[in-house]
Design a protein around this ligand. Structure first.
Ligand SMILES: CC(C)(COP(=O)(O)OP(=O)(O)OC[C@H]1O[C@@H](n2cnc3c(N)ncnc32)[C@H](O)[C@@H]1OP(=O)(O)O)[C@@H](O)C(=O)NCCC(=O)NCCS
Length: 212
């Protein structure tokens, strides 16, 4: 069973990454038929994300998932807070019975590096340079980490209308080991909210999540 990574973040919050190696029938057998996604690989990503919700909490009521105008999936009664991400052959989900959550997985890519000026401010560029000069991360991993953290915050917020440079400001990044990082982020949409993000690299795959 290709659970690629699994962690209980706290007593009420669980996270997992799935490496997709199955055909769609494997997932639909467990979770039932979900909303049809026409692109076959995107469909697999979608199904495996839903599958993870049930893997983490077997009583997760998949059939009650609603989709907001912003495309955020949610449960009306908020029995579970959850967030899903997929990238290539991986899907990730974080589910909590008590806390708001956001997750992102991202493969390092030249594309993220190319558009980094769109989401990295001058202040954050300083943080990136610190990571580079401390040899903590390569440039491509540094920008992927920033992007992944901001995507996780975007999903945690869920209401859209977020400017990644203006509203999501990375204030510090601390290397805990060669592949594990804590970041402090200020989310400035209404009043300032201070968030702690955690990120882990599995080779070129970056996982970031926030729990509040
Ligand atoms: C909408 C967005 C979350 C979709 O991302 P994606 O590339 O498909 O990424 P992921 O695979 O990580 O996430 C997809 C999942 O996010 C969730 N999602 C979609 N919209 C969401 C939202 N508004 N809030 C929270 N979660 C959302 C869904 O669960 C979706 O999977 P599903 O449809 O299978 O359930 C995201 O890319 C986005 O719009 N980001 C903002 C981009 C932006 O403003 N950039 C500006 C800086 S340059």
């Amino acid at each position: 069973m290709p659970v690629f990574f699994q962690q209980d973040i706290d007593h009420s919050t669980r996270l997992a990454i799935w490496k997709i190696e199955e055909a769609s029938g494997f997932f639909t057998e467990i979770i039932g038929l979900q909303r049809a996604v026409s692109h076959p690989h995107k469909n697999l990503q979608h199904l495996s994300g839903r599958y993870l919700l049930k893997l983490l909490f077997p009583d997760f009521p998949l059939s009650l998932i609603q989709i907001a105008d912003t495309r955020k999936p949610y449960l009306e009664d908020e029995k579970f807070h959850f967030s899903i991400s997929h990238c290539g052959d991986y899907a990730a989900a974080i589910v909590s019975t008590t806390k708001r959550v956001g997750v992102d997985i991202e493969m390092t890519s030249q594309k993220v590096e190319r558009i980094s000026h769109k989401f990295i401010s001058a202040e954050e560029e300083g943080l990136c340079n610190d990571l580079l000069s401390a040899d903590s991360l390569s440039l491509i991993k540094t920008v992927t980490l920033m992007w992944s953290c901001k995507e996780a915050v975007f999903k945690w917020y869920g209401y859209g209308g977020v400017d990644f440079k203006k509203h999501i400001q990375v204030k510090s990044v601390q290397a805990l080991s060669h592949n594990s990082f804590n970041s402090k982020i200020t989310f400035k949409k209404k009043e300032d909210q201070h968030l702690d993000l955690h990120s882990v690299f599995f080779n070129d795959l970056c996982l970031s999540y926030v729990v509040t």
